[in-house]
Design a protein around this ligand. Sequence first.
Ligand SMILES: Nc1nc2c(c(=O)[nH]1)N[C@H]1C(S)=C(S)[C@@H](COP(=O)(O)O)O[C@H]1N2
Ligand SMILES: [Mo]
Length: 406
Amino acid sequence: MKRRKFIRNTFLGAAASVIGTEIVFSSSMPKNYTLIGLQDPDPYMLFSKHKEMTVLNDKPWNIEAKAHLLDDKITPNKCMFIRNNGIIPQNIDIASWKLTIDGESVSKPKTYTLQDLKSKFKNYTYQLTLECGGNGRSEFNPPAKGNQWTVGAVSCAEWTGVRLKDVLEDVGIKNDAVYIGYHGADTHLSGDPEKEPISRGVPIHKALQEETLLAFKMNGKDIPIAHGYPLRLVAGGWPASASGKWIHGISVRNKVHDGTKMKAPAYRVPCKPVAPGEKVKEENMCIIESMPVKSLITYPKSGAMLDEGETLKIRGHAWAGELQVEKMEYSIDFGATWHNCQLEKPINRLAWQHFKTSIKFPKKGYYEIWARATDNTGVSQPMLLPGWNPKGYLNNASHRIAIKVK
Ligand SMILES: Nc1nc2c(c(=O)[nH]1)N[C@H]1C(S)=C(S)[C@@H](COP(=O)(O)O)O[C@H]1N2
Ligand SMILES: [Mo]
């Protein structure tokens, strides 16, 4: 066989094995042609995402929404951000999927099939806010490494599943339980099967909360693959890193869980405020628990134009981790004066709350609308930036949009 032909055949063999089947008319393929099936997959098609979502990284996939894409009361899959630390599991077989509960603080490990979970325990449905701890990272200075999330790494979908507390009760947990850690089926970017890309968790009191679910449905359907199909831990109001996707294990620990990304500086902030750029010792970094009060104007889109004399209706959502939002205000004069918005109560604990109001502008020109939420302990969002921290977490600054009156 001639060398050129040999190379072509080797190429075709390799291509066929990547694609997973024979390339039938390969003899008619133009020379040096790149098969569509070998090109980078289109994430919008792959994950059914809205065309205006922003891809921040493709290895692993990290995709965020824009404020106006989050206008729905319940976030649909197409506008939900994706935050992956590793590679999404392939070839999931739900018939053989199992969840094992183990750890130092269980009397005896116990394993459930998905069918066991669905039929043995009562099902609950809650709307739960999930915000990545790094949402808003892009605004910190000095900058922090990591995905440069702007405002779109937050969602509030409707999750259906069984309560983790009911399952833990069925297993039987010991008095010395202090934490749970999850184990997902995603694989480490290095390909090393021994390494977990992430294995975080929550203190036992959060694990035993009414709203902490082992969910198998999102918005009434099977959970989309990117969001944790077929089983996901959902611990609303906490950094979404605590809500493990593709769950096949939960360890009940007699100490703070020590899985991947539990150690400083991951998902931790300085226990006491520090100056921007300051180095912080590991022992002075504390684990992020409940997320801070925050809000988002989802209508109109920043840059909207309106005619002089026109009233502008704005709307959006506000949330406050474990707490409730008590007051929602806006300003059109760079924070000099604030006015109340109408604010709804949450549909259930840990769901975001909707606000709206009508605004009249005094004359033609450029304006900014700033939004500020206050939680039920009286704490408000900072106007520009909260305290700097080495990893760029917890930016809950006021959301701001631009408006022109012509
Ligand atoms: N197994 C697993 N669970 C995971 C992650 C992951 O990479 N693997 N990422 C976490 C992080 S950091 C976030 S912010 C949320 C993102 O959830 P979403 O992609 O469904 O929006 O999932 C969390 N759960
Ligand atoms: Mo995250």
